[in-house]
Design a protein around this ligand. Structure first.
Ligand SMILES: [Zn+2]
Length: 415
């Protein structure tokens, strides 16, 4: 058993013991908390995995009774599934998870903490600088940028802002990196002015050809960071071997087919247990992505298992009459509606023409007209005033014939 694995088991035992004592959903399972490392995996395997709908329908019972509600930071996500998920962490938990991510970034780029960084960020609470549209604010050496408007002119002004600030590193989604690369490809003088040290992909799927195209233009390798809003880091790419190693400091990863746990090398649904969260522990949580775990040796020397993800959130765009917007916007906007009190269980948006969108909500709450109007207005504001959004409300939103439940489907695909 190596040191990384021992740390893993120690953390897992602490999380399970806390959940069985202080989190009502797990208290009610009546499981005796494990006391030894040898018992821990057996105890974990006695717990039935939960999905997003299980948690959303019983949310407060997944919160620890020992955490004061006012110390919780609430975040919302829809991931790749179109099921809004509300998660809670304390600031201390967030800091603990991020510390390990910064260590990984330093392994890629030793100077990263002193670099000027362009961090693409969905939160609007940051300062908006009206003279630089899209730039949300600057804190220390980090410039926060909006990932929403990815039209040519908007990306051009983001690139200008990065040049002005002397940005050396970028944290962004594939969709954003792709648009930056296209802009720089068409502007050789800007391309030669920007020298990147580190580029992190924040979790959208990254195909081989997308990676090759972006790396060629930006002149820097992409460090892939597979994660989710629920627990942050799941796996981080190693510089030496170019593979995604499970972030054993933060996540215990299992693969399932239905209720059946699969072995290494078999592809199935990714199921996570968080190792640093006590306020709202995620234990055997079905993320909704597909992948497989490998335990063969990686040339980098890191002995943590590696993961291949095949069904993560795809990078995509909503392209309207006036603007091109990352699909990151859509998931954020649904989160805002949930925050405003609309109890959306599931959603899917289908673009059928450049100015026509069909939105289906699994929603049983009241005020449907207001929900439809608020959502439609947000798409018109982002994509153009002529956009027409047809909203439909259902009890349940079945998967597509492919078996997948994407939150956005583009049936228009303009050239
Ligand atoms: Zn490796």
């Amino acid at each position: 058993m190596n040191d990384a694995h021992l740390l893993h088991v120690t953390k897992l035992r602490r999380v399970l013991a806390h959940a069985f004592e202080h989190v009502p959903y797990y208290q009610d399972l009546g499981v005796v908390p494990p006391t030894t490392g040898a018992e821990i995996l057996g105890t974990l395997e006695s717990i039935t995995p939960v999905n997003k709908l299980d948690i959303q329908s019983d949310w407060e019972r997944f919160l620890s009774t020992t955490t004061a509600p006012d110390s919780l930071v609430i975040e919302r996500t829809s991931g790749s599934t179109g099921i809004p998920m509300t998660c809670a962490k304390t600031l201390e938990e967030r800091a603990r998870i991020m510390l390990n991510t910064w260590r990984w970034r330093q392994a890629w780029s030793p100077t990263i903490t002193g670099d000027t960084i362009a961090s693409f960020h969905v939160e609007r609470s940051l300062v908006v600088r009206p003279q630089e549209p899209g730039v949300r604010g600057i804190r220390d050496n980090v410039m926060f940028l909006s990932p929403f408007d990815l039209s040519d002119a908007a990306v051009d002004s983001l690139v200008d802002a990065m040049m002005y600030q002397g940005v050396q590193s970028i944290f962004a989604w594939t969709s954003v990196l792709e648009r930056i690369a296209i802009t720089l490809q068409n502007a050789p003088e800007k391309k030669s002015a920007l020298k990147f040290q580190f580029i992190e992909n924040l979790g959208e799927a990254l195909s081989r050809s997308q990676r090759d195209d972006i790396e060629r233009v930006l002149g820097c390798r992409i460090a892939d960071h597979y994660g989710c809003r629920e627990i942050y880091s799941i796996a981080r790419e190693c510089r030496g071997g170019g593979r995604l190693h499970v972030a054993s400091d933060n996540a215990y990863v299992e693969i399932f087919n239905g209720d059946q746990k699969l072995r290494c090398g078999e592809e199935g649904e990714i199921v996570l247990t968080s190792l640093n969260q006590f306020a709202m522990p995620f234990i055997r949580y079905r993320l909704g992505d597909l992948g497989k775990i490998n335990v063969d040796k990686c040339s980098c020397g890191n002995t943590n298992p590696t993961i291949e993800v095949s069904g993560a959130r795809k990078s995509d765009y909503l392209i309207g009459p006036q603007r091109r917007v990352s699909v990151v916007f859509l998931n954020w906007q649904i989160g805002q509606l949930v925050r405003a009190g609309y109890d959306i269980v599931q959603f899917r948006v289908v673009q059928t023409a450049i100015d026509k969108f069909d939105a289906t909500f699994a929603y049983r709450g009241e005020h449907r007209d207001q929900l439809a109007e608020t959502f439609s207005r947000s798409l018109r504001e982002q994509l153009g005033e002529t956009v027409v959004v047809r909203c439909v409300f259902v009890d349940y939103l079945p998967p597509l014939p492919s078996g997948k439940s994407p939150s956005f489907v583009n049936k228009h695909s303009p050239t």
